[in-house]
Every structure is written in C-alpha cells, then in structure tokens.
Design a protein around this ligand. Sequence first.
Ligand code: HEM
Length: 99
Amino acid sequence: MIPVGLHTRNPQIDYADAFTPEAWLDGRAAADWWIVPFSAGPGRCPGSDFGGTVGAAALAALLRQYDFRPVAPRLGPGRPLPKALDPFTLRLYAAPAMR
Ligand code: HEM
C-alpha cells in the first residue's frame, strides 16, 4: 500500500499544504511525479480519462441538484489543510439546490 498523502503532502513540494488548483493548469503538478494521481510513463493508468470523466460527471450531477455544506466545518480557505481527511467521519448537509 502506498499512502497517497505521503506523496501529495511531501514537504519538498512547495505548494503541498495549500489549496493550489492552478498547479494543475500551469504544469507544476503534471511535472511533479510525487503527485501524479494516475502515475506516468509506460505504467500510466490507461483508465485515467475514464476515471476523471466519470468522477467529474458524478460530482457535477450532485452539485447541480444539491447545495452541500459541512456539519462541523473543519475546512476553510483561511484554515490550514489537514494532513488527511477521514472520509468516514466527514458529514455534510445536503439541501436541494436553489438555482
Ligand atoms: C480514479 C480512478 C483511478 C486511479 C486514481 C487510478 C490510478 C492508477 C495508478 C496510480 C496506476 C499506476 C500503478 C503503478 O504505477 O503500478 C494505475 C494503473 C492501471 N490502471 Fe488505474 N486508476 C484509476 C482508474 C482506472 C480505471 C477506471 C481503469 C480501467 C477501466 C484502470 C486501469 C488500470 C490498469 C490496467 C493499470 C495498469 C497499467 C500498466 O501497468 O500498464 N484504472 N492506475
């Protein structure tokens, strides 16, 4: 087992502890093999496009229908990112989207 948190939160990555989605647009994340989620080179995951497309479609469908907010906010733009997030204790309120 390779805990992904050890790679993605590696202190050698200068943006490891910050919410930095632009790292995926400016090439930094793609160039940094510590955090490529589908690996790279000849062993790169052949299901990466499928996984990304299905994941994005599922999230989009949920976000179109519901507004989510955390029951007890632990995450926020002004807060430090936790090293890991236990998905088994994460609780969200979901209300029908008001759009
Ligand atoms: C979010 C979903 C997925 C993630 C994060 C993921 C991640 C990965 C990673 C990191 C590897 C490289 C493993 C290594 O270096 O030994 C890999 C390999 C592989 N993945 Fe995925 N994968 C995902 C979905 C899928 C799907 C949907 C398929 C098939 C439909 C798939 C098929 C494969 C196969 C066959 C390999 C072996 C490639 C090789 O060794 O030549 N994966 N995946």
